[in-house]
Design a protein around this ligand. Structure first.
Ligand code: CTP
Length: 441
C-alpha cells in the first residue's frame, strides 16, 4: 500500500484544495491530510484564518477524500509524521516548490501544480475587506500602516488629522485627507484613531454618528460617562467601537492571563506594572499617563477586576505644569493591591510582576509586547518559562480582532466594556487630581 501525506490550512475550503486532495490521493492508496493548528499558523505569520481548526478539519473530512486527518502543531512535525505513519510520498502544491526538498531523505516529494485563480486569501479578502482610515498624528501610524499590510481583511486607504493639520510623512498609496475628516469618513467603513486622548471622544462620536466602525487607541475617552455614550451610539447605529490596546491581543499575554485564572500562582494579591520611555518623539504634548496609563491599567483590571475601593496618585509634573513626567497610582481592592508606574521624564524597568499566594509571574521588559514570561516559585526548580512568538507588536492581531468583531459583533471579546470604561475612569480621576493640585498652589 502506498501512503501519501499532504498538509495545509484549508481555510474556507475551495475547489483548489479539493483538486489538490484528489490528485494527492491518486498518487497512492491511502491519504493522510495534516491540517495546521491555529497556533502553528500564527507562528508562520498566517493570522487571518477565519475558520477554527475544528471547522477546517470537518471540511476536509466532508470531502471524503482523506483516509486520515491529523493536526500539524509544530515546526519539524512533517519528519515525525512521515516516519510515524510510514509515508511513501509527501505532496503539496507548486507554491511550495523546493521548500520541502529536505523530506527527500525520508520519502518521495512531489509538488503538484497549483490550481490557478483561487486561494483562501482571496476569498477572505472578498468576504470582508474593510476600508479603514487612520486619524491622528504620530509616527506610530506608519508602523500601524505597515502592519496592516499583513491583514488581508483590512485595507488602510487614507489618513487625516482633524484639528492639527500636521501630517506625518506617510506616502505610498495612501490618500492624504489633511484636516478633512468628513471626506475621509465618506470613503471608509471604519477609522483607527490615534490622536491625543482628549480628542478621542469627539472623533469617535463623529465617526459613530456617521455609521462608521471605530478602533480607538486607549483610553477610548476621558471618562466612564463618555465611554458609555460611545457604546450607546455604536449600538444605535449598528456599528462597532473597540479599544485598541495592543497588549491585549498578544498571545503570550493572553496565555499568561489564562494561567493566572487557572490558579497557577494561587490567589493574586498584587499587580505591579511599569512602562516608561524618555523620548516620545512627536507626542511631546502627551503626559506620561496619557502615553502609558492605559497599557499599565490593562493587566490590573483584567486580573483584579474593576471594583477598586481606593486610588492614590503621586505625580511629578513638568516645569510648566502642563504634563506629568512621572505618575504612580496605587489601587486598593478588597483583598488585593495594584500599582502602576508610568514615566516620560523618568526611566525605570518596564516589567510586570503579579504576586500570588503560591508564586509569582514575571514578565520582563518590555512586557507590553512580550513573547515570554515566567512562573516563579519558592523552589526555583518548579519555575516554568513560556514563549509564544509575537509578530508586529500585536498590531496585526488587533486588526484581525477588529475584522472579527465587526463580523461577529463581539467587540468586547478581548477587552470588556467595563475595563474600557474603568481605564477612562482613572484618566478622569487623574484630571481631577491635577486640577485640585493646581487650585492648592
Ligand atoms: N492549493 C492548490 N491550489 C490553490 C490553492 C491551494 O493546489 N489554488 C494547495 C496548496 O498548494 C496546498 C493546499 O492546497 O498544498 C493547502 O493550501 P492552503 O495554504 O491551505 O490554501 P491557500 O488557498 O493557498 O491559502 P492562503 O491563501 O491562505 O495561502
Amino acid at each position: 500500500m502506498i501512503k501519501v501525506i499532504t498538509y495545509g490550512t484549508y481555510d474556507l475550503l475551495h475547489h483548489g484544495h479539493i483538486r489538490l486532495l484528489e490528485r494527492a490521493k491518486a498518487l497512492g492508496d491511502y491519504l493522510i491530510v495534516g491540517v495546521t493548528a491555529d497556533d502553528f499558523d500564527k507562528t508562520r505569520g498566517k493570522i487571518n484564518v477565519q475558520q477554527s481548526l475544528e471547522e477546517r478539519i470537518a471540511a476536509v473530512q466532508a470531502t471524503g477524500i482523506a483516509d486520515k486527518v491529523i493536526v500539524e502543531e509544530y515546526e519539524g512535525q512533517k519528519i515525525d509524521d512521515v516516519r510515524k505513519y510510514g509515508v511513501d510520498i509527501f505532496t503539496v502544491g507548486s507554491d511550495w516548490i523546493g521548500y520541502f526538498d529536505y523530506l527527500n531523505e525520508y520519502c518521495k516529494v512531489v509538488y503538484l501544480p497549483r490550481t490557478e485563480g483561487v486561494s483562501s486569501s482571496e476569498i477572505r479578502a472578498e468576504r470582508s475587506s474593510l476600508k479603514l482610515g487612520m486619524v491622528g498624528y504620530s509616527p506610530f501610524l506608519e508602523k500601524f500602516y505597515n502592519e496592516s499590510k499583513y491583514v488581508n481583511a483590512v485595507d488602510v486607504i487614507g489618513i487625516c488629522v482633524p484639528y492639527d493639520g500636521v501630517l506625518h510623512d506617510l506616502k505610498d498609496d495612501l490618500t492624504v485627507y489633511n484636516t478633512d475628516y468628513d471626506k475621509l469618513l465618506d470613503d471608509v467603513d471604519a477609522v483607527y484613531i490615534h490622536s491625543h486622548p482628549k480628542q478621542h471622544f469627539e472623533q469617535c462620536k463623529y465617526a459613530l454618528e456617521r455609521g462608521k466602525h471605530v478602533l480607538c487607541e486607549s483610553p477610548l475617552a476621558m471618562s466612564k460617562l463618555e465611554c458609555e455614550k460611545l457604546f450607546e451610539l455604536a449600538r444605535i447605529n449598528g456599528v462597532t467601537v473597540m479599544e485598541a490596546n495592543r497588549t491585549a491581543y498578544i498571545t503570550a499575554y493572553e496565555r499568561m492571563l489564562l494561567l493566572l485564572k487557572s490558579g497557577k500562582i494561587g490567589k493574586v494579591v498584587s499587580v505591579d506594572a511599569t512602562c516608561t520611555s524618555l523620548s516620545l518623539s512627536t507626542n511631546t504634548n502627551w503626559g506620561s499617563l496619557e502615553s502609558w496609563g492605559p497599557t499599565t491599567m490593562l493587566p490590573v483590571f483584567q486580573i483584579l477586576g474593576t471594583e477598586y475601593q481606593d486610588l492614590r496618585i503621586f505625580s511629578m509634573m513638568s516645569d510648566d505644569d502642563k504634563q506629568d513626567l512621572f505618575t504612580k497610582i496605587d489601587l486598593t481592592f478588597s483583598s488585593a493591591t495594584a500599582s502602576i508606574k508610568v514615566g516620560t521624564g523618568v526611566k525605570s524597568e518596564g516589567e510586570l510582576i503579579i504576586s500570588g499566594t503560591k508564586g509569582y509571574v514575571f514578565v520582563p521588559a518590555p512586557w507590553w509586547k512580550t513573547d515570554y514570561f515566567e512562573l516563579r516559585y519558592e523552589n526555583p526548580s518548579d519555575n516554568k518559562r513560556f514563549f509564544y512568538q509575537v509578530n508586529g507588536e500585536g498590531i496585526r492581531y488587533e486588526l484581525v480582532a477588529l475584522a472579527n468583531a465587526i463580523r461577529e459583533g463581539n467587540a468586547d471579546f478581548y477587552i470588556s466594556r467595563e475595563i474600557t470604561a474603568s481605564i477612562a475612569g482613572v484618566m478622569n480621576e487623574f484630571e481631577t487630581f491635577k486640577d485640585r493640585k493646581r487650585e492648592l498652589l
